[in-house]
Design a protein around this ligand. Structure first.
Ligand SMILES: C[S@@+](CC[C@H](N)C(=O)[O-])C[C@H]1O[C@@H](n2cnc3c(N)ncnc32)[C@H](O)[C@@H]1O
Length: 236
């Protein structure tokens, strides 16, 4: 068994399965930011199940961690995890590693894996070549279903009290995800955006923009940015 709050244990699990430590470490949200998310959720005062949406799974490090946070708040919490399962950082079929990690963490009953793009098809690895894999040259063979957020929104509305967005890293793509997300979120849902730092200045701009609209600012640790959903109440 792996304790999902034991960050070195999560990384070590994948290294023991043959994945490169550098990729797993650099491709996953760091321990300090996950712990900041955990503290924020602990102080949110949630009662009852806290269902979550997780966009961008890679090999499941942040997914395992935040799922454990939510099931610790309430054991019937569920997390819907969206990722197209295209190669990432030189790893093919990353979803197989996600499933293995969730099983080792005892979280198989708490996560629904949705293999698809949150919005329209996007370029893998944000266009960066890793281990000789060229995302643009391989784009035609990277096929997955699309617009999963819209499909979820057609069925489930207002049910998610947590969301973590760490998929495609283009500003407009993230803006679109946030717009599509709104109808899925419960009032007061906590929303986490990864990489809203100087390394991803465009994403930092999105974090600053959206917090003036239907999301209030909760805080940042310098890497992840946290918002709270505050839907406008229609007045007559
Ligand atoms: C930075 S990694 C996620 C790391 C993960 N959150 C963690 O900390 O363990 C980004 C992931 O998002 C996926 N991704 C890229 N574009 C996406 C999209 N349009 N919709 C959903 N996931 C996407 C990538 O394939 C990759 O698996």
């Amino acid at each position: 068994m792996v304790d999902p709050f034991d960050y070195p244990g999560l990384i070590g699990f994948h290294v023991a399965r043959g994945l490169a430590r550098l990729h797993v470490t650099e491709g996953s949200i760091p321990a300090g930011s996950l712990s900041y998310i955990r503290e924020t959720l602990a102080s949110a005062g949630f009662e009852g199940p806290v269902h979550g949406l997780h966009i961008g799974n890679y090999v499941g490090v942040s997914l395992a961690y935040v799922t454990q946070v939510l099931v610790s708040i309430h054991p019937e919490s569920r997390v819907f995890a969206i990722d197209p399962n295209i190669p990432h950082r030189g790893t093919s079929n990353p979803q197989s590693h996600v499933a293995a990690l969730l099983a080792a963490c005892g979280l198989k009953d708490s996560v629904v894996i949705l293999a698809g793009f949150s919005g329209r098809k996007s370029v893998s690895n944000d266009g960066v070549i890793f281990d000789g894999y060229d995302p643009l040259a391989n784009n035609a063979s990277e096929i997955s279903v699309e617009n999963v957020l819209d499909s979820l929104g057609a069925v489930l509305q207002g049910n998610f009290r947590f969301a973590l967005l760490d998929g495609n890293h283009e500003a407009d793509y993230l803006r679109n995800e946030i717009n599509r997300l709104k109808r899925l979120l419960a009032p007061d849902a906590i929303v986490v955006l990864d990489d809203v730092d100087e390394a991803w200045a465009e994403l930092k701009t999105v974090f600053e923009e959206v917090r003036n609209e239907e999301f209030s600012y909760v805080g940042t640790d310098g890497r992840v940015g946290i918002l709270q959903h505050r839907p406008r109440i229609a007045t007559g």
